[in-house]
Design a protein around this ligand. Structure first.
Ligand SMILES: Cc1ncc(COP(=O)(O)O)c(C=O)c1O
Length: 384
């Protein structure tokens, strides 16, 4: 291990990211000094209103929308709830059919299941072996009473990027509201709302080097939506509650930094991910099975199975040196395969052997080389 290297090596950036030092620096004055309520009309209130509005513009710039189309929330889960339930309630007189996919995060899946218990009908679209949804399947699923299509931009477990702009064109043609959960894609790949053709887009602060506890929802102007919470007039009444100024400032800065360093970060994440895979394949050969299709994948994500290895045993064996996550859950000795891997039709053995490794914008060659060494040794030991 190289001296001075952080230990254990963190390779689970799809779970969360550390707060960027530039982001932390921007937040500190709002933690230590600037405590005014943005709704107050005196100066310490007004300056915090300005800080919130500056952050709104920074977020908007990253996804190419107007500042007043950004609504701050507490997290991606809240943004997804607001988007999906909000559109469902606002349009229930027009229809009660919603289209989504089998590989959504629980923050979409559970919302759709809840709506199904409230008299909405949900179509769960399948995916191919790489985890991709077919635009034709979306088109064929559309009915007269379809009011919403909600499909994630990129999958959190395998990194598969969905054909959002193609689906966006279909939604536009048929005049159906289209939401995408972009929690994993913002800052990693381009997320221009016009190019994607979406009406609503979810952002998760802590996946892009802002703190946990802040999210945003883009709502295209003119999209009818019901609010989930009722209270004051904050966020144009769509999301009432005194603004979380500290974290909002952090999210704004994180978006500015993500935009400024986009190419550099994307390159580093991809080079690190590819170096990791090359290292694993060169030492373990055909014991390594890559899930999905790296040609259509987030630049930082590697979903990989090691032949005859339990992913849980592997992740726990290396956890003092390298931090990664698994594609299955293990409770009382029983292994449950994730719904994403199931939808991709992965056989049980491969799914139970699947780990997710995700690199970050600051991941170094040294960290990757160390992680390869640790993983290779662990796989060899565990397969004895
Ligand atoms: C695709 C996706 N959507 C939504 C979420 C939920 O994010 P949060 O727990 O921050 O609300 C996550 C978090 O892992 C995610 O990966």
């Amino acid at each position: 291990m190289v001296q001075g290297m952080k230990h254990p090596i963190y390779l689970d950036y799809n779970a969360t990211t550390p707060v960027d030092p530039e982001v932390a620096k921007e937040m500190i004055p709002y933690i230590e000094s600037f405590y005014g309520n943005p709704s107050s009309s005196y100066s310490i209130g007004r300056s915090n209103r300005e800080a919130v509005e500056k952050a709104r513009a920074q977020v908007a710039k990253l996804i190419n929308c107007q500042a007043d189309e950004i609504y701050f929330t507490s997290c991606a889960t809240e943004s997804n709830n607001l988007a999906i339930k909000g559109i469902a309630w606002a349009n229930s007189d027009k229809g009660r059919h919603i289209i989504t996919s089998a590989i959504e995060h629980p923050a979409v899946m559970e919302v759709c299941k809840y709506l199904s218990s409230q008299g909405f009908e949900i179509t769960w679209l399948p995916v191919d072996h790489s985890g991709r949804i077919g635009p034709k399947d979306v088109e064929n699923a559309i009915r007269k009473d379809t009011i919403l299509i909600t499909i994630m931009h990129a999958n959190n477990e395998v990194g598969t990027i969905q054909p959002i702009s193609e689906i966006g064109s279909i939604a536009r043609q048929k005049n159906i509201v289209f939401h995408t959960d972009a929690s994993q894609s913002v800052g990693k790949i381009e997320t221009d709302v016009d190019k994607l053709g979406v009406d609503l887009l979810t952002i998760a602060g802590h996946k892009l080097y802002a703190p946990k506890g802040i999210g945003a929802l883009y709502i295209r102007q003119g999209t009818p939506i019901e609010n989930l919470m009722h209270g004051g007039g904050h966020e144009k009444g769509i999301r009432p509650g005194t603004e979380n100024v500290i974290h909002t400032v952090g999210l704004g800065k994180a978006c500015e930094v993500a935009m400024r360093d986009f190419k550099k970060n994307q390159h580093n994440m991809q080079v690190s991910r590819d170096r990791l895979l090359d290292g694993l394949v060169s030492q373990l050969g055909n014991k390594v099975h890559v899930n999905g299709n790296l040609g259509n994948c987030l630049p930082n994500t590697l979903s990989v199975a090691f032949e005859n290895i339990s992913a849980h045993a592997l992740a726990s064996f290396i956890s003092s040196d390298v931090l990664i996550s698994t594609g299955s859950a293990c409770h009382s000795g029983e292994t449950t395969i994730s719904s994403v891997l199931q939808a991709m039709n992965l056989d049980f053995r491969t799914a139970a052997a699947t780990v997710r490794i995700s690199t970050g914008k600051k991941t170094t060659e040294e960290e990757i080389d160390f992680a390869v060494e640790v993983l290779v040794n662990a796989v060899k030991k565990l397969s004895l």
